[in-house]
Design a protein around this ligand. Structure first.
Ligand SMILES: [Zn+2]
Length: 122
């Protein structure tokens, strides 16, 4: 518990911390929203596509857990990214604005600004 809290202070956008928080959530039937530990092991693939707006993702029409993204977006992604199902993620959206290019993006997915590739402060 203490360990999670100290990680959280250092990096509130760490997916492991968010995952710990998600595990405490339940759905309307009182069942955990995020259950088995292997939920966390889902491999997410990104396919470079220049027509996607930097900072955005578009689901692949047929391959599960595969997303199209601008090459710059893929470069800016955190290496430990994971994607959950339809439920639960919106609550953790953390929009922020880059202080260099002033574009907004969801902070939880990136270690660099997906628009100008500047380092993001934690
Ligand atoms: Zn920027």
């Amino acid at each position: 518990m203490m360990k999670i809290m100290s990680i959280s202070k250092k990096d509130p956008h760490n997916p492991n911390v968010i995952y710990q928080q998600l595990k405490t959530l339940t759905n309307a039937a009182g069942l955990p929203l995020v259950g088995a530990a292997n939920d966390f092991e889902i491999k997410v693939q990104f396919v470079a596509k220049n027509s996607i707006t930097p900072g955005k993702f578009k689901a692949h029409p047929s391959l599960p857990n595969t997303w199209f993204a601008h090459p710059q977006t893929i470069r800016a992604l955190r290496p430990d990214i994971f994607v959950l199902g339809e439920d639960g993620l919106e609550d953790f959206e953390s929009l922020c604005q880059c202080n260099i290019c002033h574009q907004t993006f969801d902070r939880q997915f990136f270690i660099l600004c997906p628009h100008c590739l500047r380092d993001l402060p934690l």
